[in-house]
Design a protein around this ligand. Sequence first.
Ligand code: AMP
Length: 216
Amino acid sequence: MRIILLGAPGSGKGTQVKILTDHFKVRGISLGDILRQEVKRNSPLGGKVKEYMQEGLLVPDEIVSLVIEENINNEGFILDGYPRNVSQAEKLESILNNKNLSFDKAIYLDVSENMLITRLSGRRVCKVCNANYHVKNMPSEREGICNICGGELIQRNDDKPEVIKKRWVVFQKENASLMDYYRQRDKLVIVDANKEAEEVFQAIVKNFNYGKHSCL
Ligand code: AMP
């Protein structure tokens, strides 16, 4: 199973990656998570990407493509957060070709703008293990504390309202041509992602003939 997940920030890609990887035992590759870890570790790569991330801007293609190249091997994967524009999609195609690999589908999680704002502004993440929560839709058992590891829950800097707006503009600028790219290659599947996570998961899985699944 090799899937590319597309969608705006807050469309639920992170949640679906978690469900899909747990269920199908494939690897999730979340570029945003990898970059955030590098920033946290103060690594040379983290130093290069920090400012772009804080501003809600895309990190230059030549930096992120190296990260992707290192993380893709011949196992299955659910790729989240890459590609975000056509030049990254072309790069991904060449990375896969060089490794003699192909992918199944690019799944676009389609969400209304209002829903995105609600999801992002209420999103909280664990400082330690990166688990995702939402203050209303998916609260932790103890406020501000991660159910899994007991770490502190924080709001991502780029989930603050002024940065959310910028990320939305960046997303819209690139997304239409990215979708065309996969549509022309007959790889694009659009899933209504305004629904609950379990329904979205079922809608994704339907495209792969894996039969009926329940996960939550
Ligand atoms: P995300 O967690 O996917 O919303 O990504 C958080 C931030 O990481 C983005 O706002 C970008 O600064 C950076 N980033 C993630 N994926 C990419 C990408 N494919 N290309 C460039 N920058 C990226």
